[in-house]
Design a protein around this ligand. Structure first.
Ligand code: C5P
Length: 311
């Protein structure tokens, strides 16, 4: 028994999609994507500790509501740890403790970040040295956004979103996130997007959107990036949660350079000129949407990593 060994804590970031171009529905039930992910400084911390049985506890940080997080076999962090154990032939259960800063079911890949952090924490605890590519391959079996949670920074994602190529960026980008407690299920938003497009729809075609985002990132130009933000799931998310249209408008009126639905929503991401401007946008919005629904963050943030214990 190894109960006295200390636990290992790993941290993984949330993401925002700067571009989310959705292709047709594939035979496997997924959609081909061309997306640009940026990792942002809202984090999930997962501590893995040797235990007699597999288990998980979850804590909300900074006001995060964790009531919707499953604590059974559906939990993505627990599934990640068990998958790594199975593939590596480890027969040592762990208890996971998750400290969540990322909104639950918010379109910011919080669950995927939990899985990414659990993989990194367990890999270190069991001294497996799997490597980033090996963990990302395992992560792709758990969810389309897990590989990005491992890699972090800024990347173009293709396939289901799991095939990643890093993007050159200059400087930092400053965000305000407006949370919404309407749960939006990702499959439902994709299905609504298909419904709106109708059966004859064949694909978005090449339209220069990716190149515009890449150029803005390379130049470190928040105004150009704001103009290039786009999300093909936005209309579907706004159809299912009509208040999001008002949130996007309120964000622009509060001084944001650009506003976009994050992933499949319902979180709305607002891009600001600087860290000070982001705080100003949040201050203007606080009386409108409520301070508890606002988070400021910057990107790019690094991918999943072990947090060194403080001596
Ligand atoms: O991979 P993940 O578990 O995040 O996907 C959740 C659901 O979102 C999928 O079952 C699918 O309905 C939808 N999805 C999709 N195309 C993608 C990613 C997700 O249709 N590229």
């Amino acid at each position: 028994m190894s109960e006295n060994r200390p636990g290992v804590t790993a941290r993984a970031p949330a993401k925002v999609n700067l571009l989310l171009q959705v292709g047709p529905l594939r035979d496997d039930g997924f959609h081909d994507l061309v997306t640009v992910f940026q990792a942002v400084s809202l984090h999930e911390d997962v501590t893995a500790t040797p235990a007699d049985t597999w288990g998980i506890t979850v804590e909300g940080a900074g006001g995060t509501d964790v009531s919707g997080v499953p604590l059974d076999g559906r939990n993505l962090a627990l599934r990640a740890a068990r998958l790594l154990a199975e593939r590596a032939g480890v027969e040592e259960p762990v208890h996971l403790h998750v400290r969540k800063e990322v909104p639950v079911a918010g379109g910011m890949a919080g669950g995927s970040a939990d899985a990414a952090a659990a993989l990194v924490a367990c890999d270190a605890l069991w001294q497996l040295r799997t490597g980033l590519d090996g963990l990302a391959a395992l992560g792709a079996d758990l969810g389309s956004d897990v590989p990005f949670g491992l890699h972090g920074r800024t990347a173009v994602g293709t396939g289901r979103g799991e095939q990643l190529v890093p993007v050159l960026t200059r400087g930092a980008f400053h965000w305000v996130f407006v949370l919404d407690d309407t749960g939006l299920s990702t499959p439902r938003v994709f299905a609504e997007c298909d419904r709106q497009r109708g059966p004859g729809w064949t694909g978005p075609g090449a339209d220069g959107r990716l190149e515009a985002v890449e150029a803005a990132l390379r130049d470190g130009d928040p105004r150009a990036l704001a103009a290039a933000l786009s999300n093909d799931l936005a209309d579907a998310a706004c159809a299912l949660a009509p208040q999001l249209t008002r949130t996007l408008d309120a964000g622009r009126a509060a001084g944001a350079l650009g506003a976009v639905v994050s992933g499949s929503g319902p979180t709305v991401a607002l891009l600001a000129e600087s860290a000070t401007a982001a705080r100003d946008v949040a201050a203007v919005l606080a009386p409108v949407v409520g301070e508890g629904r606002l988070r400021t963050a910057s990107g790019p943030a690094v991918g999943a990593r072990v947090l060194e214990a403080v001596a």
